[in-house]
Design a protein around this ligand. Structure first.
Ligand SMILES: Nc1nc2c(ncn2[C@@H]2O[C@H](COP(=O)(O)OP(=O)(O)OP(=O)(O)O)[C@@H](O)[C@H]2O)c(=O)[nH]1
Ligand SMILES: [Zn+2]
Length: 355
């Protein structure tokens, strides 16, 4: 060992950047990060930044609170540098698919940082509600420590009873959306929070985002031409909600995820997967040690729990489907989630005939 080295006081190799300004990342596109600078006021120009080399391999994602140095004026052509990333209060992840034995399955992506709420948008009809997809989103939300909110659109076409019945045990907050409904209930649930919106194609998510943020298209347009093109197939973009009339509290942010069509769950352990099913968790105290809780596990306590009427058999079927999907047993991309409830509920785990 060289004595000179260890006796030398350890100096910080990184500059402190005491002058860094706080930024909030609202879009990411090919190595360029679009940030708002909160102290510059809501009308200040957006700042485009790149990652400083000192960040190493740390990724910067939408929702990150960062320190910015360099040219933070937001003038045309100006480029700032992100020199630090604040500790994240939550991290919403997805994998490209469910199967951790494949390269795709291991490719884990952080969708958004610091989200408070996951707004799961599902139509009540056209397309029919896909509870498999909602269940998958619930797993991702609970895993990330983010509160779920079920947003049921097209309430003018069908009632919510079947979906609400399926989630009866969960105390899942929900809102109903129809074309003529005011969005006050939803807006107050979005206020002062960062909410991520996810939903299948056709459920009315874009319609809803445009109603909530009437200039969303323009806001997104200014974000370095982020559109819905091929480069943005997995990107997310944060949109500032407009101030509520007569209220001066923070209306919050929504993060639209145009490209996120499924939530691969390879990164979620089988045990964590269960936390998306709080109505089933309690049953597993009676399972043998290291019980895999799979459908073919004879000693698993979940079947008896459901047989005793303590949870809905369709919920257990859904959990089993997610487990099987993670194990690479077919359906690696969650295609089954795309079926309507009638179809998917009928495929397995139908309630045993009573009596
Ligand atoms: N009846 C009814 N139709 C709606 C409602 N919301 C949206 N729609 C219609 O549903 C269709 C799909 O809406 P979009 O907002 O494009 O759906 P999306 O989820 O954004 O789908 P992508 O554009 O594929 O991402 C459109 O024809 C909308 O006009 C609603 O509350 N009721
Ligand atoms: Zn078990």
């Amino acid at each position: 060992m060289r004595p000179g080295r260890s006796s030398r006081p350890r100096t910080r190799t990184r500059p402190l950047h005491a002058d860094a300004r706080d930024g909030f990342v609202i879009a990411v596109d090919r190595g360029r990060y679009t940030c708002v600078v909160p102290d510059a006021g809501p009308d200040a120009p957006l700042v485009t930044a790149m990652r400083a080399r000192e960040l190493g391999r740390k990724s910067v994602v939408v929702g990150d609170r960062v320190g910015l140095v360099g040219d933070t004026t937001g003038a045309a052509g100006a480029l700032a540098r992100i020199v630090r990333i604040a500790e994240r209060s939550s991290v919403l992840r997805r994998t490209a698919d469910d199967d951790e034995t494949t390269a795709e399955g291991r490719l884990e992506r952080v969708v958004v940082a610091n989200a408070d709420q996951l707004v799961i948008v599902s139509a009540l009809a056209d397309p029919p509600p896909r509870t498999g997809f909602v269940d998958r989103c619930l797993v991702a939300a609970y895993d990330a420590g983010i509160e779920p909110l079920l947003c049921l659109t097209k309430a003018d076409l069908a009632g919510p009873e079947a979906v609400l019945d399926y989630y009866a045990e969960l105390e899942l907050p929900y809102v109903l959306i129809r074309p003529d409904s005011d969005l006050d209930a939803l807006r107050s649930l979005l206020a002062a929070r960062i909410s991520v919106m996810v939903g299948h194609s056709g459920v009315g998510k874009s319609t809803l985002v445009n109603r909530l943020v009437p200039d969303a298209a323009r806001a997104v347009g200014t974000v370095s031409a982020i559109g819905r093109g091929r480069h943005t197939s997995t990107s997310a973009v944060a949109l500032r909600l407009p101030a509520l009339p007569g209220r001066d509290d923070d209306p919050g942010w929504i993060v639209d995820t145009p490209g996120v069509r499924s939530f691969g769950l390879a990164h979620v352990s089988a045990e964590s997967l269960l936390h998306g099913f709080p109505d089933l968790v309690e049953a597993t105290v009676d399972c043998p040690t290291n019980c895999p809780h799979t459908a073919d596990e004879a000693d698993c306590a979940l079947d008896a729990w459901v047989a005793a009427g303590k949870a809905d058999p369709r919920r257990l079927a859904s959990y089993h489907r997610l487990l099987a999907s993670r194990a690479g047993e077919g359906d690696p991309r969650g295609e089954a989630d795309q079926r309507g409830p009638g179809e998917s509920w009928a495929t397995e785990g139908d309630p045993p005939a009573a009596g």
